[in-house]
Design a binder for this molecule. Structure first.
Ligand code: FPP
Length: 228
């Protein structure tokens, strides 16, 4: 079976999952973290080389301060706990997103996790926190200018090399949970030829079995990259 080298997931539906049970939204996010742990393991076992998870977008700061604070606290707690799981599976951690505007404590924890896992040789886990694709592209363009490139030198390779995903293969399979059919400013450039897989399952209900279904579905697709 052809396994996608890079799987990206828009983890949606935590709030609805909690609301269905009459619980506060943060309980949905907590359940969502358990799914992250399951999917990290399942993707790594399946032979995926890069897994990108969209945890917090540059637009998510617009959510009520209580929810933002709770999400950040949850993130911080789990970043510390992830270390053990990542070490066991030989997974490398990478923060995908802007550092500006991020709480210093979380940035420090992510840096620590990156350094502690830098020599792991298994799957790379890209956690998108404070991520926005348009911001990433605008920053790459700015870097081209800062690097002194002439207009004729600003091409696809020059931009790719200045994205936060520099050196990472393009997204092969983009999954979104919760029945929404949107890309929501996630890896727009990198997903130009990604196969899309949308499921109605809410993120806390997504499991290794469903990931397997998505991978099998991907393996059946015929990819032409604009050719015939
Ligand atoms: C979308 O559900 C989910 C988020 C905005 C947050 C996703 C974050 C996690 C799963 C936790 C990540 C933490 C770690 C440590 C990886 P929603 O709130 O938009 O749900 P709704 O659409 O049903 O309201």
């Amino acid at each position: 079976m052809t396994v996608p080298a890079h799987v990206a997931i828009i983890m949606d539906g935590n709030g609805r999952w909690a609301a269905q049970r009459g619980w506060p939204r943060i309980k949905g996010h907590k359940a969502g973290v358990q799914t992250v742990e399951r999917i990290l393991e399942a993707a790594s076992d399946a032979g995926v080389q890069h897994l990108s998870l969209y945890a917090f977008s540059t637009e998510n700061w617009k959510r009520p301060p209580l929810e933002v604070g709770a999400l950040m606290a949850l993130l911080r707690m789990y970043l510390r706990m992830f270390l053990h799981q990542l070490a066991q599976k030989g997974i490398r951690f990478h923060h995908l997103g802007a550092t500006e505007g991020m709480p210093a404590g979380i940035l420090a924890d992510m840096r620590t996790l990156e350094e502690a896992t830098a020599h792991n040789t298994g799957m790379v886990f890209h956690l998108a926190v404070n991520y926005g694709s348009r911001l990433e592209l605008a920053q790459a363009a700015r870097r081209c200018v800062e690097d002194g490139l002439r207009p004729g030198e600003i091409n696809e390779d020059a931009l790719s090399a200045r994205l936060w995903t520099a050196g990472v293969p393009d997204v092969d399979l983009l999954i979104r949970t919760s029945g929404e059919h949107r890309i929501s400013n996630f890896l727009l450039w990198q997903s130009a030829y990604a196969e899309l897989y949308m499921t109605d399952l809410l993120w806390p209900d997504f499991g290794s079995g469903e990931l397997q279904v998505a991978l099998e579905d991907y393996a059946q697709r015929e990819r032409r990259f604009g050719g015939i």
